[in-house]
Design a protein around this ligand. Structure first.
Ligand code: PGA
Ligand code: ZN
Length: 413
């Protein structure tokens, strides 16, 4: 039974304010913080009310605590329903989706704690034993980097040959180190700058970045004796020019219409053997998504982030149109654990690969590591090497150690 709800303003990894929530029950405690995006989808719920975190603390905290005190922390869907009622809007704009998701996650953690269970066990049940492969973000561009970086937002890798999470995490780290050397060899002015998700910010073209990404995968993969595959998040909504109807690659001085973008991305997938491609089109370009998925969906995960925004109605529309075969799961895009679960369920029923993900603005909160294990998602996105990113990776190492019979997840390809 919930006895107290406390909300505070804390720092995120960009130095911006975000919310952290503590929930106390008579015998349990849960704490969770909300992340924030930079390349957000337009149909995400609103993160904060107009007055920001300060308004949450001055006006919203008391309303939420007076409604939730006395409820059972384990009744997550009832709690999410009450939060939705308090908000009263369709897009959580009055109290903020970041508030509701932090309360939702803190309640789940308090409930788990009161049963003396780790969160992945409380949410996922007794049979849970699979660890997700970490999609590591090695180089950053677009909205997560400076103006001279590649237009492609994330150059990712997946250590598909790793036999346990520790091997997977250190393989990604080895790639990260190797890429620093490879960038230095192409750009003598490189000073080791990192982007929002802890990957390097290279001042090189998209093609050069693709080349060294795959070179690093091959070299480090050979050295470690495991297969490591390249992947991308283009976050193409960010460089879609809706007046010109073109994808504008500023770093390369090239623009492509939707049809040309399909060919370009197909070519990248074939040339580099890409395992996974996220947001290769603008969030409204369902046709581009469908065309690419029907051409390469049998050999590559085409993942939707800004297009689906963890929203089951939009996902249903995508399924209808054959828009993708994977989707990003970011609880704060939809504002509650209950809705997050429903979206994952719909994805699984339709053979869409769910990928639990951090945001570019993060805290050291490690909840998503537990969610990925509980939900049985085969992949997790947690960025690269920086404090708020390794918080999730190190938690996965601890979870693996606790599991009696841990296995890596089953991958589609
Ligand atoms: P965001 O980006 O957290 O800035 O929205 C992450 C992503 O696009 O995957
Ligand atoms: Zn994305």
């Amino acid at each position: 039974i919930i006895e107290d709800v406390r909300v505070r303003k804390i720092l995120d990894s960009r130095g911006n304010p975000t919310v952290e929530v503590d929930i106390l029950t008579w015998n349990g405690f849960g704490r969770a913080a909300a992340p924030s995006g930079a390349s957000t989808g337009s149909r995400e719920v609103v993160s904060f009310p107009q007055g920001g975190v300060d308004q949450i603390i001055s006006e919203v905290e008391d309303v939420i605590s007076s409604e939730l005190i006395g409820m059972a922390a384990e009744d997550i869907s009832d709690i999410d329903y009450v939060l939705k009622e308090i908000d009263g809007t369709d897009n959580m704009s009055s109290i903020g989706g970041n508030t509701t998701v932090a309360v939702s996650m803190a309640a789940a953690k308090a409930a788990a704690n009161s049963y003396n269970l780790p969160l992945y066990r409380f949410l996922g049940g007794n049979m849970v034993n699979k660890l997700p492969y970490p999609l590591g973000n090695m180089m950053n561009g677009g909205e997560h980097a400076g103006p001279n970086a590649p237009d492609i937002q994330e150059f990712l890798v997946v250590p598909v040959g790793a036999s346990n999470i520790s091997e997977a995490v250190f393989a990604n780290s080895a790639i990260h180190k190797r890429l620093k050397e490879l960038i230095q060899s192409k750009d003598s002015n490189f000073t080791g700058g990192k982007g929002d998700e802890g990957g390097w910010i290279p001042n090189i073209s998209n093609d050069n970045a693709l080349d060294i990404q795959s070179q690093a995968c091959e070299e480090v993969g050979d050295e470690l004796g495991i297969t490591i595959k390249p992947s991308l998040d283009l976050a193409a909504s960010e460089f879609w020019d809706k007046d010109e109807n073109k994808y504008v690659y500023a770093q390369d001085g090239i623009s492509r219409d939707s049809g040309e973008q399909v060919e370009y991305v197909k070519d990248i997938i074939d040339t580099y053997g890409m395992f996974y491609i996220e947001d290769p089109f603008d969030e409204k370009d369902f046709d581009g998504f469908s065309e690419l998925t029907s051409a390469v969906g049998d050999k590559c995960i085409i993942c939707g982030d800004d297009i689906f925004v963890t929203n089951k109605e939009i996902l249903a529309e995508g399924i209808e149109k054959g828009a993708a075969n994977g989707l990003i799961i970011k609880p704060n895009q939809i504002g509650s654990l209950t809705e997050t679960y429903k979206t994952v369920q719909l994805a699984k029923e339709n053979n869409y690969v769910p990928v639990v993900s951090h945001r570019s603005g993060e805290t050291t909160d490690e909840t998503i590591a537990h969610l990925a294990v509980a939900l049985g998602t085969p992949l997790i996105k947690t960025g690269a090497i920086s404090g708020e990113r390794i918080a999730k990776l190190n938690e996965l190492i601890r979870i693996e150690e606790e599991l009696p019979d841990p296995e890596m997840a089953d991958l589609k390809f």
